[in-house]
Write a protein of this length. Structure first.
Length: 248
């Protein structure tokens, strides 16, 4: 039987799996950001300053000063890893107010890669009986939440978003964001807002294709003004969806 995915509202029983999904998703960007930071100017400055301190002030031989390079790289890796881990823990502890999850049903013996498999997508309700669903292995492969935006009037803020990396992005996120937009229209929101980091290329492409437009591009400071991350705030107007909804 063909595997399928049910996009439904979040339940309290989903919280543990939701937290694991958020943690793994956030941590999946740590290695990519580490390599990006390795080629930043501040990394070279840190290595040179550390080398100078060891050689000039501590009298360490020049040959041994070369050890400052792997030490600095290691410190950068540790700092990057724990900054992402802290962000993951912060999101894991945040209780969702309005959330959707994508629950995947696959055969217990499933050798096909998720990106190569063909999934049926069901919105809110699954047409199969419980006896049929028990023949499948269940797992939550995507989740998304919204809350009131603290800076934009009458806007919903997308947060606590996560997706299993091996699953087809467009296939799952397209119906999820459409259902999310529909729920936000019912809740009286005028727009959807989200923020993308510079290393979230796939996510950014998806939101651009969906109809989100750039509201602003800014740099979030990590260590003063020397080390920062470029972020893009995107917005999606729900008023057109609301008008279309009333027409139907």
């Amino acid at each position: 039987m063909q595997p399928f995915i049910v996009i439904r509202n979040y339940k309290a029983d989903d919280e543990l799996k939701y937290q694991e999904l958020v943690r793994d998703y956030i941590m999946s960007f740590s290695n990519k950001s580490f390599f990006v930071f390795c080629f930043r100017e501040i990394t070279l400055q840190f290595i040179v300053i550390t080398w100078a301190i060891f050689f000039i002030f501590l009298g360490v031989p020049l040959l041994f000063c070369a050890l400052t390079v792997p030490i600095c790289i290691f410190c950068l890796f540790v700092g990057t890893y724990f900054s992402f881990y802290a962000k993951a823990v912060e999101l894991m502890r945040t209780k969702p107010s309005q959330s959707l999850v994508a629950e995947c049903y696959e055969p217990f013996i499933f050798r096909c890669s998720p990106k190569e498999a063909s999934y049926q997508i069901f919105i809110e309700n699954c047409p199969y009986e419980e006896s049929v669903k028990n023949k499948f292995r269940r797992r939550i492969v995507a989740a998304i939440s919204v809350k009131n935006h603290h800076a934009v009037y009458n806007a919903a803020w997308i947060y606590r978003f996560a997706l299993e990396p091996n699953y087809p992005y467009q296939t799952i996120m397209g119906p999820m964001v459409k259902l999310l937009a529909k729920n936000c229209v019912s809740g009286g929101y005028a727009s959807l807002e989200c923020t993308m980091s510079e290393w979230q290329e796939c996510e950014r492409d998806f939101y651009d294709d969906f109809g989100f437009v750039t509201r602003q591009i800014y740099h979030k400071k990590i260590i003063g003004s020397s080390l920062s991350v470029m972020k893009t705030q995107l917005t999606y107007s729900l008023r057109a969806d609301e008008a279309l909804h009333k027409q139907h």
